[in-house]
Design a protein around this ligand. Structure first.
Ligand code: ADP
Ligand code: MG
Length: 374
C-alpha cells in the first residue's frame, strides 16, 4: 500500500509533480518587471491528492509530517511551518474567487529545501495544479503561477517575484524559459547541453545566511524607491543607454542596485542570443559577469558562493554564478561534460580547506514544468 492509502484509507484521485529550478541568468530582475531565464530541474515535489467535500484540508509530507486545517479558517499566517505553503495556495485560490474546499494531500520531494532551488515554489505549484484538476478550475499555467506567488507573498509573507512559480509551472524539457516578468510573455529557448558536450553543475553550498530574509525585502524596496525617484513604474523601463544619466539623480546607496538590474537585463538578452546561435559555451562569461554584479553591486553573495564560483572558473568552468536570491544557496557552473567531476572535486576540496561543509552536487538538465503524472 502506498503512503496515500496508508494515511487516508483509500486511493488518491491522481498524482501531480512540480519541479524546482535553477535560473541561468536574470537575478533580482523579476520584481523589477524585467527578464529571467530559468530551467526546471528534474527534481520535483510530487503530490498525490483526493478531493474532500467536508472542507477539511489534510496534509502530509515525507519531510514535514502531518497537518490538518479547516479551509474556512484559512487566513494569512493561520498555518505556519511547512504546511503554511499548501494552506497558502488553497487560501489564495479562494481569495481569487474560486470556490474550492478541502482535500487530502500526500507530498514527497527530491528538491533540496532551502538551497536556492525553489522547493517552496515547487511545493506551491504541485498543490496548485492538483487543486486545479480536483476542482475543475481550468486555470492556465501562468494563472496558477500567479496564485502560487500570491500565496507566498500574502500568506507565507515572502515578497518574492514571479520567476520561481512561472519556472515551475511553465518550463519545458530541453529549454530555458525566457520570461518577461512585466506581462509574462514567454519564449522557450532550446538548451541542448549534452549536444554541445557541456554540463550544468549545481553546487549547493549548504549555507543559508539568516540576513537573507530581511535583506531581500530591503533590496526590493530599494529598487522600488529608485524607480519612483526616476519617475518610472519599475527599473525594467531603464535601458543601458539611460544608465549614465540616471545614476547621478539617485542617492549614492541606490546606484549599484540600479546598475545591477539594468546590466542584468542586458545579460539575459546576451544569453538568449548565444543560446539561439547555438553558442552554448559563450554563455559562460555572461554567467561569471552576472556573479560579479551580484557580488559587487547587489551585494547578495557570501564567502561560500564566491569561493564556489572562483574555484569552478579556476578549474576550467566556462562560467559560474550564484543562482537564487543569494546569501548562500546554490551556484551553477557551466562545464565541459568530461570536466564536471573534476570541477566538483576542486570546489569540494576548496570548501574543506576553508572549513566549510562540503557542497552537495547535482547535474541539471532542463526538465518539464508542472504536470499531472497519474
Ligand atoms: P527554497 O525555496 O530555496 O528551497 P525556501 O526557504 O523558500 O527555500 O523554502 C523552503 C521551505 O519550503 C522549507 O523550509 C519547507 O517549509 C517548505 N518545503 C519545501 N519542500 C517541502 C516538502 N517537500 N515538504 C515540506 N515542506 C517543504
Ligand atoms: Mg523559496
Amino acid at each position: 500500500m502506498n503512503t496515500f492509502s496508508r494515511l487516508y484509507g483509500h486511493a488518491p484521485e491522481g498524482e501531480w509533480a512540480a519541479p524546482g529550478r535553477v535560473n541561468l541568468i536574470g537575478e533580482h530582475t523579476d520584481y523589477n518587471l524585467g527578464f529571467v531565464l530559468p530551467i526546471a530541474l528534474p527534481q520535483t515535489v510530487r503530490a498525490q491528492a483526493r478531493r474532500r467535500d467536508d472542507g477539511l484540508l489534510r496534509l502530509h509530507s515525507t519531510e514535514g509530517g502531518s497537518a490538518e486545517v479547516a479551509v474556512a479558517d484559512l487566513a494569512p499566517g493561520s498555518v505556519t511551518g511547512w504546511a503554511g505553503y499548501p494552506a497558502a495556495v488553497v487560501w489564495a485560490l479562494r481569495e481569487a474567487g474560486h470556490d474550492v474546499g478541502g482535500a487530502e494531500l500526500s507530498l514527497d520531494s527530491d528538491v533540496p529545501t532551502g538551497a536556492g532551488l525553489s522547493s517552496s515554489a515547487a511545493l506551491e505549484c504541485a498543490v496548485a495544479i492538483a487543486y486545479n484538476d480536483l476542482y475543475g478550475l481550468g486555470l492556465s499555467a501562468p494563472e496558477l503561477a500567479l496564485v502560487a506567488q500570491r500565496a507566498e507573498n500574502a500568506y507565507v509573507g515572502v515578497p518574492c517575484g514571479i520567476m520561481d512559480q512561472m519556472a515551475s509551472m511553465c518550463c519545458r524539457a530541453g529549454a530555458a524559459l525566457h520570461l518577461d516578468s512585466r506581462d509574462l510573455a514567454m519564449r522557450q529557448v532550446p538548451v541542448d547541453l549534452a549536444g554541445a558536450g557541456l554540463a550544468l553543475l549545481v553546487l549547493d553550498t549548504r549555507v543559508k545566511h539568516d540576513l537573507g530574509d530581511g535583506a531581500y525585502a530591503g533590496l526590493r524596496a530599494g529598487c522600488e524607491r529608485a524607480a519612483r525617484l526616476l519617475g518610472l513604474t519599475a527599473l525594467r523601463e531603464l535601458g543601458p543607454a539611460d544608465l549614465a544619466a540616471a545614476l547621478p539623480r539617485l542617492p549614492e546607496e541606490l546606484r549599484p542596485l540600479v546598475r545591477h538590474v539594468v546590466t542584468e537585463n542586458e545579460r539575459v538578452s546576451e544569453a538568449v542570443a548565444h543560446l539561439a546561435a547555438g553558442a552554448l559555451a559563450a554563455l559562460g562569461p555572461v554567467l561569471t559577469a552576472g556573479h560579479a554584479s551580484l557580488r559587487d553591486d547587489y551585494r547578495v553573495s557570501c564567502p561560500e558562493t564566491d569561493l564556489a564560483v572562483d574555484t569552478a572558473v579556476a578549474a576550467g568552468a566556462h562560467g559560474a554564478r550564484m543562482t537564487g536570491g543569494g546569501f548562500g544557496g546554490s551556484v551553477i557552473a557551466l562545464v565541459d561534460a568530461e570536466a564536471a567531476e573534476a570541477v566538483a572535486a576542486d570546489v569540494t576540496a576548496a570548501f574543506l580547506a576553508k572549513g566549510f561543509t562540503a557542497p552537495r552536487t547535482l547535474t541539471a538538465t532542463p526538465a518539464e514544468g508542472a504536470r499531472r503524472t497519474a
